[in-house]
Design a protein around this ligand. Structure first.
Ligand code: SAM
Length: 268
């Protein structure tokens, strides 16, 4: 157990989400959640790599632009692909209103394990629900839950690269969810080579897409976003991430130099 404690890091700001728990207790709970998630769901690097203990939205270099501290309590925030819900819970901790946040994930396992991880079903309520962002009735469900008013911020963290055949739908829906001047923020897997075309890899049904600054900019602008900014340096991919990609997606390691999880912010 000592080894686990030395190897696994829990980001300092996340301790507040587990009042009264030691690092050992948090790590043990994280390992249980990860085990069940890996048994029941298709593999995700952010789950297997325990990104939910060390890497989340607050490390995005555009975080303060999307969530200015003085405006946070009134921002209406929608997250696509919330997984265990770390990002939204951290936003509430930082001052967002619980009533203004709405998260969805296609996996009922991830949503349920999120409530188990934070043990907060009673206090957090149903702020994260099971919903496929690609579903035909997506907007009907969102409107009956959140009302017709558009959102100030849409979060799509590590989701575009999971939906290689549906990036256009995701971009279009994010745009439609936002009010004019609202922002889309997140990260997606990217290559430092500024290729115009996106690069799809893997074998169906497990495929993923790598963007570049240009291809992502083109994608979002083609759906109406006025400005797109990216940062390729927030989260360089590590050797372990590349190995995971080659194991699960037959990713050619020779293609791996310059890969990162690219941060982005796009304004409507
Ligand atoms: C790589 S994980 C990222 C999770 C989290 N946003 C984070 O930053 O750690 C991608 C998430 O998107 C969810 N997802 C994938 N396809 C989706 C869809 N069509 N609708 C809603 N969520 C989806 C997955 O279930 C998973 O939780």
């Amino acid at each position: 157990m000592q080894t686990v404690l030395q190897e696994i890091q829990v980001d300092e700001p996340l301790y507040q989400l587990f009042p009264g728990m030691t690092k050992q207790e948090i790590v043990n709970r994280a390992l249980l959640i990860r085990k069940e998630a890996m048994e029941k769901e298709s593999p995700h690097r952010c789950v297997e790599g325990l990104f939910f203990l060390k890497e989340t939205l607050y490390k995005n270099s555009f975080n303060s632009e999307a969530f200015p501290k003085d405006k946070l309590p009134t921002l209406r925030i929608f997250e696509v692909g919330s997984c265990f819900g770390v990002a939204l819970r951290k936003l509430v901790l930082d001052g967002a209103s619980r009533d203004n946040i709405f998260g969805v994930d296609v996996s009922d396992t991830f949503v349920r394990l999120g409530y188990q991880f934070f043990d907060d079903k009673a206090s957090f309520g149903d702020r994260i629900r099971v919903l496929n962002v690609l579903a035909d009735n997506f907007f009907d469900v969102v409107h009956s839950w959140a009302g017709p008013e558009p959102f100030d911020v849409v979060i799509a963290n590590l989701v575009f690269h999971c939906l290689p055949d549906h990036n256009d739908v995701l971009a279009e829906r994010a745009y439609k969810l936002l009010k004019p001047g609202g922002v889309l923020i997140g990260q997606t897997a990217a290559h430092a080579n500024d290729m115009n075309e996106q690069f799809v890899f893997g074998i169906s049904p497990r495929k993923a897409v790598l963007h570049s600054e240009s291809s992502f900019n083109n994608l979002l602008k083609s759906h109406g976003f006025q400005t797109v900014k990216v940062n390729l340096n927030d989260h360089p991919m590590e050797e372990e991430d590349i190995q995971w990609m080659s194991r699960h997606f037959a990713f050619d390691k020779n293609e791996a130099s310059g890969l990162s999880l690219m941060s982005f912010i796009a304004r409507k």
